[in-house]
Design a protein around this ligand. Structure first.
Ligand code: DAH
Length: 355
C-alpha cells in the first residue's frame, strides 16, 4: 500500500531530483528504484493486497514511478550536457598559439623530391597532372598497348579491386602511366605534363614497397623528337642531382607503350654510392617515343603527332640523392628519422645550380 508518508517523501524527492548533481541523482535513483528502493518495495507489497485495492494502488504507484523515472532521465540529460560542455571548454586548443620550434615538423623527403620535380620541370614548361589511385585496366594496361595476355600485367603484380570502373575491372594503378591516357583523352596536343603520384604493386623488401611513388612525364607535339627526350632528361637528371657534368647514358630497352624504348643510366661509383663520379652505370628511369598505337587509342593521329614519355621512381631517386639505404624507412613515421632526413618548410625547393 502506498502510504501518505511515502507519497509525501516521493514528492519531496522529486523536488530534490531537479536540483541534484550526478552523484546525488544516482543515490536518489537507487533509493527509489533500486532493488530495495521505496517504489520497488511498494510494488512488491501489491502482491499481498485484495484484488480491488491492488488495482487502485497499482495504478497509483505506476503513475508515480513514471513521474520519477521521467524526472531522473530529464535531470541526467541536463547533467550530461553540462559535463560535456565543461570538458569541451577545458580541452579547448588555442590554435593561435605560436609554434614551438622544437616541435615543428619537417617536409618528408618524398614530398621534397616532388617539389623539386615540380620546380625543375615547371621551369621547362611542364604542367602537373594528377590521376586517381584506383584505375581501370583499360587506362592502366590496354590503352598503353599492353594486351590482355601480356606478361606485364602479371609482371607488375597488380592489386585488383573487386569492383568495376566504367565497366572495366578496377585496380590500384601499378604505374602513373595511366595518366598519360587520361590526359590525351581529355586535351588536345600540344601536351607537356609530369604526373607525380602514388602507385601500388605486390612487392615488399628493402627496395620495394606495396605503395610507392612515381612521376610520369609526357610530351606530345607535331615535331617532338628523340633529341628532345634526351635533352630534357639530361637536363632533369643534372639539375636534380645537382651535378652539371653528370654522365647520362641511353640504353635500348623495351616497353609496350614506347617505340623505340630506352632505359636511362647515370654515372656513379658502385662502391661509395657517389653520384656522377666513378666508372659504373646505374639504371635510373624508363623512357621512349610514345608508341603510335597509344596515340591512336587516345584519338590522336600518329601521322600528325608524336612525342616522348618517361617514368621515374620517386623513392629510388630520393634514396640515391640522400643516401637512404632502406626504402621502408620512408613510411615508418619515425620522428628521429624525419628530423634527420626531413626538410625545413621555410626552405622551399628551388632550381639547382646545375640547371
Ligand atoms: N611505366 C613504367 C614502369 O612503371 C615506367 C615507364 C617507362 C614509363 C617508360 C614511361 C616510359 O612513360 O616511357 O615501370
Amino acid at each position: 500500500m502506498l502510504t501518505e508518508d511515502l507519497k509525501v517523501s516521493l514528492l519531496k524527492d522529486l523536488d530534490r531530483i531537479v536540483r541534484a548533481d550526478a552523484q546525488e541523482l544516482e543515490t536518489l535513483r537507487v533509493a527509489m528504484l533500486g532493488k530495495s528502493g521505496s517504489i520497488t518495495t511498494a510494488l512488491k507489497s501489491l502482491g499481498s493486497m485484495e484484488p480491488e485495492a491492488r488495482k487502485e494502488a497499482g495504478a497509483e504507484i505506476n503513475r508515480i514511478k513514471a513521474l520519477i523515472t521521467d524526472a531522473l532521465t530529464a535531470r541526467k540529460a541536463v547533467l550530461d550536457e553540462a559535463a560535456l560542455n565543461a570538458r569541451l571548454e577545458a580541452e579547448r586548443i588555442d590554435v593561435s598559439q605560436p609554434p614551438r620550434p622544437e616541435l615543428a615538423g619537417a617536409i618528408h623527403p618524398i614530398s621534397r623530391t616532388m617539389e623539386e620535380l615540380a620546380a625543375i620541370f615547371g621551369a621547362m614548361g611542364f604542367e602537373i597532372k594528377e590521376g586517381p589511385d584506383i584505375e581501370n585496366d583499360w587506362n592502366a594496361f590496354s590503352a598503353l598497348n599492353i594486351p590482355g595476355h601480356h606478361p606485364a600485367r602479371a609482371m607488375m603484380d597488380t592489386f585488383y579491386v573487386n569492383a568495376k570502373l566504367n565497366e572495366r575491372p578496377a585496380l590500384l594503378r601499378p604505374h602513373t602511366s595511366s595518366v598519360q591516357i587520361r590526359t590525351m583523352l581529355a586535351q588536345e596536343p600540344p601536351i607537356r605534363i609530369i604526373v607525380p603520384g602514388r602507385t601500388f604493386r605486390s612487392d615488399h623488401d628493402a627496395t620495394h614497397s606495396p605503395m610507392f611513388h612515381q612521376t610520369e612525364g609526357l610530351v606530345i607535339g607535331k615535331d617532338i623528337t628523340l633529341g628532345h627526350l634526351k635533352g630534357c632528361l639530361i637536363d632533369f637528371l643534372r639539375a636534380f642531382f645537382d651535378a652539371p657534368d653528370l654522365p647520362v647514358r641511353f640504353r635500348a630497352s623495351y616497353f609496350p607503350f614506347t617505340e623505340p624504348s630506352m632505359e636511362v643510366d647515370i654515372g656513379w661509383n658502385r662502391k661509395t654510392g657517389e653520384i656522377g663520379k666513378g666508372g659504373d652505370w646505374l639504371e635510373i628511369l624508363g623512357s621512349g617515343m610514345v608508341h603510335p598505337n597509344v596515340l591512336a587509342n587516345c584519338g590522336i593521329d600518329p601521322r600528325e603527332y608524336q612525342g616522348f614519355a618517361f617514368g621515374v621512381g620517386i623513392e629510388r631517386i630520393t634514396m640515391l640523392k640522400h643516401g637512404i639505404a632502406d626504402l621502408r624507412l620512408f613510411y615508418e613515421s619515425d620522428v628521429r628519422w624525419l628530423r634527420h632526413y626531413g626538410f625545413s618548410a621555410l626552405a622551399p625547393a628551388m632550381l639547382h645550380e646545375g640547371f
